[in-house]
Design a protein around this ligand. Structure first.
Ligand SMILES: Cc1cc2nc3c(=O)[nH]c(=O)nc-3n(C[C@H](O)[C@H](O)[C@H](O)COP(=O)(O)O)c2cc1C
Length: 210
């Protein structure tokens, strides 16, 4: 059995570690929300060719409404305003290279942007925009408005239909583990795979509800 002085010595030696674990230090990032999605927004150019861009600054505003903070000068925004429609896809781990390519090359300077990705697409039956065949989830959206003022959210769209590859479904619901979606890390500009379920929403917290 250790004596009191050796217990004190052990505690004194681990205490800095405990304090260090709980200490936060300020970091110089403004884009500090993680995880961010990796959304691939597909549109038609004026000549019928396809453009796709990578967008991490996007979210659901409501169950059937998306907000994508897209810079107004992007080719994608030009296309959305003209065609009044776009398709939002969730990028998966199998298409990291293509997803990043769509974020570093503009349809304004590369006319064959989509063709060079090697992916294929089918015209949506609901909106004037393409659905990328190889990606697991597609949301066909009707353009509502572009909010360009200081606090504006960018492109607002109404989701008319969401479709999911059959093998990414389980018991009638999207199987996130099968999806292998990727997320954008704004701290170090990385892509991460999202695949491990660690809890049950609206349920686990009830354990602490007295
Ligand atoms: C990881 C990543 C996330 C991005 N997120 C956004 C975004 O949310 N909004 C935006 O305007 N541009 C974003 N971009 C930049 C556009 O994807 C990029 O400028 C693209 O070339 C625009 O294509 P387009 O001109 O063909 O529409 C992102 C790029 C990367 C690599």
């Amino acid at each position: 059995m250790p004596d009191v002085s050796s217990i004190f010595l052990i505690f004194a030696s681990i205490q800095p570690t405990i304090v260090f674990c709980f200490m936060k230090q300020p970091i110089k990032v403004t884009e500090a929300i993680f995880p961010m999605p990796v959304l691939l927004v597909a549109t038609y150019n004026e000549d019928g060719t396809i453009d796709v861009m990578n967008a991490a600054w996007g979210t659901m505003l409501d169950r059937d409404r998306v907000a994508l903070n897209l810079t107004e000068t992007h080719k994608t925004v030009e296309n959305i305003k003209k065609r009044k429609g776009f398709v939002v896809h969730i990028a998966d781990a199998a298409h990291v290279v293509e997803a990043d390519y769509f974020g570093v090359v503009s349809g304004k300077t590369e006319k064959d942007k989509f063709a060079k990705s090697g992916l294929t697409a089918t015209k949506s039956s609901l909106v004037d925009a393409p659905v990328i065949n190889e990606l697991p989830i597609a949301m066909e959206c009707e353009f509502i408005e572009y909010q360009s003022d200081d606090t504006g959210l960018g492109v607002i769209g109404k989701v008319l239909q969401t479709s999911v590859e059959a093998d990414k479904m389980k018991d009638g619901k999207v199987d996130v583990e099968a999806l292998q979606a990727i997320s954008f890390d704004p701290y170090t500009h990385g892509y991460y795979q999202v695949s491990k379920r660690v809890g049950e929403a609206f349920k686990d917290g009830l354990k602490l509800k007295k």
